[in-house]
Design a protein around this ligand. Structure first.
Ligand code: COA
Length: 329
């Protein structure tokens, strides 16, 4: 096992106050049911951004909490990495809006686009920056306003997602705590199984695009499901092997929260019993890359992660991308 180079020293989260339950879809004329959604996904409700809540505002709020817990001032931050699939504007990066909002005048800031795996990708990038000596204190944030990119007339996707943000402060490892292993992969040949067909540089937003709603998320749900189960299993194996650990050594598994059936399959493959798996997909739906840092923050708050705990985090998302990280706290 390698010596840890960087550690997660604090966490924070920001969740929009507005709750939308499965029953609320009837009010927008969607043909679905609470029972169908719960049975297929485990989702009961999700939080939806309202009134000026943005990817920047949620990310900034989560960051302030994480910074305060770490005793880090805005001027101490060397870099801000924001994972998001829903930047507030396409140019510049939303990370610089957060930089301005926090007053982090010494910080580099950039967005990272790896869909639901983005926060784990961000941890690995930040670890490398710390190891190289180019940064000492890094905010790794995931903030997602999925409600702005789903098609609210498409029942196969809009019921699945929610909004929220999680943030963490990363510093150099001390006392052998920190990142024990990580793994990242991608397969762009499968990009069109989960994507936004138009609205980018190739086919910019036009009246025709707006009319056919092709700027919204499209997903081949069943195919995505199969790949998610397979890839998250592989990611668990690779991170465990690299850290010379097995599922038995893991105190808590925090999987990306997309679907409780994918979570159960992942835990089973890794040999981790469900009482050691963090699940909140019922309350938040799929908040894309924010799902793991939100879960991590809740797990600390509720005492699910104690001193010395070994936590395996694993994600899968559009791209496809998939990733895993094991951290000793
Ligand atoms: N309410 C009611 N019926 C719905 C529905 C909804 N919200 N969404 C889809 N259906 C219907 C479909 O129209 C289909 O009807 P049909 O058989 O008459 O055509 C039927 O339910 C089955 O659809 P299918 O897509 O095969 O269902 P499924 O069991 O695969 O479950 C998902 C659908 C989306 C829940 C599931 O595929 C899934 O979770 N996939 C992974 C999604 C994911 O995690 N994405 C993010 C990865 S980061």
């Amino acid at each position: 096992m390698k010596r840890p180079l960087a550690q997660v020293v604090s966490t924070g989260r920001a969740i929009p106050a507005h709750v939308m339950t499965n029953h609320d879809f009837a009010a927008i004329g969607l043909e679905t049911s609470h029972d169908w959604i719960v049975e297929r996904t485990g989702i009961v409700e999700r939080h939806i951004a309202r009134d000026g809540e943005t990817t920047c505002s949620l990310g900034s709020e989560a960051s302030r909490i994480a910074m305060q817990r770490a005793g880090v001032h805005a001027g101490d931050v060397d870099a801000i990495l924001l994972s998001t699939a829903t930047p507030d504007r396409l140019l510049p990066a939303t990370a610089v809006d957060i930089q301005a909002e926090l007053g982090a005048t010494r910080a580099a800031a950039f967005d990272l686009s790896a869909a639901c795996s983005g926060w784990l990708y961000g941890l690995t990038v930040a670890e490398g920056m710390i190891a190289s000596g180019s940064a000492e204190t890094i905010l790794v944030i995931a903030s997602e306003k999925m409600s702005s990119i789903v098609d609210w007339t498409d029942r196969a996707t809009c019921v699945l997602f929610g909004d929220g943000a999680g943030a963490t402060v990363l510093k150099r490892s001390r006392h052998h705590k920190g990142i024990l292993s990580s793994f990242m992969r991608s397969d762009g040949t499968l990009a069109e199984l989960l994507y936004r067909p138009h609205g980018g540089a190739t086919v910019p937003i036009t009246e025709a695009v707006l009319m056919d709603r092709s700027h919204f998320v499209k997903m081949a749900g069943r195919e995505v499901f199969k790949h998610a189960v397979r890839s998250m299993a592989e990611a668990c194996d690779r991170a465990l092997d690299a850290a010379r650990l097995t599922g038995k050594d893991i105190d808590l598994l925090i999987p990306h929260q997309a679907n409780v059936r994918i979570i159960e399959a992942t835990a089973k493959h890794a040999g981790i019993s469900m009482d050691k798996v963090y699940v909140n997909v019922d309350r938040y739906g799929n908040t894309s890359s924010a799902s793991i840092p939100i879960s991590l923050d809740e797990a600390f708050e509720t005492g699910r992660i104690g001193e010395g705990a070994t936590v395996l985090m694993v994600a899968f998302g559009a791209g496809f991308t998939w990733a895993s990280t094991i951290v000793r706290f």
